[in-house]
Design a protein. Structure first.
Lengths: 243, 291
């Protein structure tokens, strides 16, 4: 359903992404692994329309080119990004954040049902609908961010470091929610520093190094790949230092 | 009774301040434009109401029906064809703010110059509904009460649409985080233009209402810009309820100082209150702690 090819991006003279290619099929969870600064966030932002890809890139979603669309129209096509750092509206209440999630026209039909489903997925939010989001814990804010993205009735959910800064317990809760989200037929493209949890939940994995594709494969195979174990699962004596 | 003598006119004045601060909240808090020509738009609306009343005998309340759509259209055009382009070119928030200040500083002189050509520098006023009315021992002109009533109606309607409707919530969301707003499918540029236009409409309402009971001249716009800015910062930038409360507070304090101390000290009192709030709570009465 999502097809990315020849995607490059420059921040000034610094090339953050070089000829990236990847794909996500209906109902898949695809994880992107890579070191800090490898360009994973830029990749998600390019798909979501927050940063403009360099010339020559192809981003197709459900058969349509979306590389030139502004961010708000990409949401309308069915792609929702949960950005790193969550990007929730801190001064607004949980209810208002979720209501804003359903701002796109595609999200209006069935809004009440979707809200009920999200509150079942994150029961904590149901108790705090009137609370300002900035007064909540990091884990709860992450639930608001994911819930808000789900309110837009997406076909594909992009998640940028959803467990960053969360306690192991809350992290597990977020991953449990992702598994549940997938079982409802949604596709997920996930960027995560928690490689182990990502490999456990993902169907396929792409490796990205210094903005370039550095391998891909089914998660089950990648888990046993010695290179991957060494670089991402910390199974060597010490973390490898970059050359 | 002295207390009523202060509270009633204070609320009338404060209602005007709250209304124009609400408009500036939309322009500065949401559209991110520091509009220095804000007060001039207000005075222009006052002159418009004056002209319609003295020329055609049209009541200022009917003039609202004309002034508001015209002001909204002009503000929208200004945003769409000048400010938005500059904002897109600005590298960061700071550069954009300087650009918007420079542009609207120019607009200030254009509006002020046009008014000076048309009306000269003298003070104007007109007598619409200037019928004295005694309430609890305090005498007030009916036009002031009508102005307060209209300000309350318009301010209340704007407040409710900002807090109770989806599009109003979207407008506030832009003030909180414009980038996150794009991620929930909000067309930030289009909605900012709309917010800017509504801000212009609100200041036109303020200008027409104020012209019913205050004297005005072509050069006094800056006073209103400053007061609107003081109210917005006092209430917390982008905070709707903060602008309303701070506006009413300022009106009552100014009236109290004018009545109890000396009318010449009102502006000093304004700034004393402003500085007091900033020292105690730098993000404004209703602003959140800096994060």
């Amino acid at each position: 359903m999502l097809e990315v090819a020849a995607l490059s991006h420059f921040y000034g003279k610094h090339q953050a992404l070089a000829d990236i290619a990847l794909g996500v099929e209906q109902g898949e969870i695809v994880a992107i692994l890579g070191a800090n600064g490898a360009g994973k966030s830029t990749l998600l932002k390019s798909i979501a329309g927050l940063v403009k890809p360099a010339q020559g890139a192809t981003i197709r979603f459900e058969g349509h080119h979306i590389g030139e669309l502004p961010a708000h129209l990409i949401v309308e096509r069915g792609i929702a990004l949960v950005p790193e750092g969550r990007g929730v509206f801190g001064d607004l209440t949980v209810a208002e954040n979720l209501q804003l999630g359903a701002y796109p026209a595609r999200a209006r039909a069935g809004e009440a049902d979707r809200l009920a489903r999200i509150l079942r997925l994150f029961p904590r939010l149901a108790e705090r609908m009137a609370q300002a989001v900035r007064t909540m814990s990091g884990g709860e804010q992450q639930m608001v961010a994911i819930g808000r993205a789900l309110m837009s009735n997406p076909l594909l959910l992009l998640l940028d470091e959803p467990s960053l800064g969360l306690s192991p317990l809350l992290s597990r809760e977020v991953f449990r929610a992702l598994a549940e989200i997938r079982s409802s037929g949604l596709s997920v493209l996930l960027v995560e520093q928690n490689a182990r949890a990502s490999l456990d939940i993902a169907d396929r994995v792409y490796l990205i190094e210094s903005g370039r594709n550095a391998g891909s494969g089914p998660a089950s195979a990648m888990k046993n790949d010695p290179e991957v174990q060494r670089a991402y699962l910390g199974k060597a004596r010490a973390a490898p230092s970059p050359p | 009774m002295l207390l009523v003598d202060i509270i009633l006119p204070g609320l009338v004045l404060g209602g005007m301040y709250a209304l124009i601060a609400l408009g500036l909240t939309l322009q500065y808090g949401v559209a991110r434009i520091m509009n220095l020509s804000y007060g001039e738009s207000l005075v222009a609306a006052a002159f418009g109401a004056f002209s319609l009343y003295s020329g055609l005998g049209l009541s200022p309340l009917a003039a609202l029906l004309l002034a508001v759509p015209i002001a909204m259209a002009l503000n929208w055009l200004l945003y769409r064809f000048l400010l938005e382009r500059l904002m897109r070119r600005g590298k960061d928030r700071g550069a954009q703010e300087i650009d918007s200040i420079l542009v609207t500083f120019g607009v200030l002189f254009v509006i002020q110059g046009a008014m000076l050509v048309a009306f000269g520098g003298q003070y104007y006023s007109y007598g619409y509904l200037s019928i004295p009315l005694t309430i609890m021992g305090s005498t007030l002109a009916v036009n002031r009460l009508v102005a307060l009533l209209f300000a309350a109606l318009v301010g209340g309607a704007v407040y409710l649409s900002l807090t109770r409707t989806r599009i109003g919530t979207a407008v506030r969301a832009i003030a909180v985080d414009a980038n996150a707003a794009r991620l929930v499918g909000i067309d930030v540029a289009a909605l900012s233009g709309l917010a800017f236009a509504f801000g212009g409409g609100l200041v036109a309402v303020g200008g027409v209402l104020i012209s019913m009971f205050l004297t005005f001249n072509a050069a006094m716009g800056v006073v209103f810009t400053m007061k609107a800015l003081v109210v917005v910062i006092m209430g917390g930038v982008g905070n709707v309820i903060g602008a309303l409360v701070a506006g009413l507070l300022l009106g009552v304090v100014e009236t109290a100082v004018a009545r109890l101390v000396d009318p010449g000290l009102t502006l000093a009192a304004t700034y004393a209150l402003f500085l007091g709030v900033l020292v105690i709570k730098p993000t404004g009465l209703f602003g959140r702690a800096a994060s």
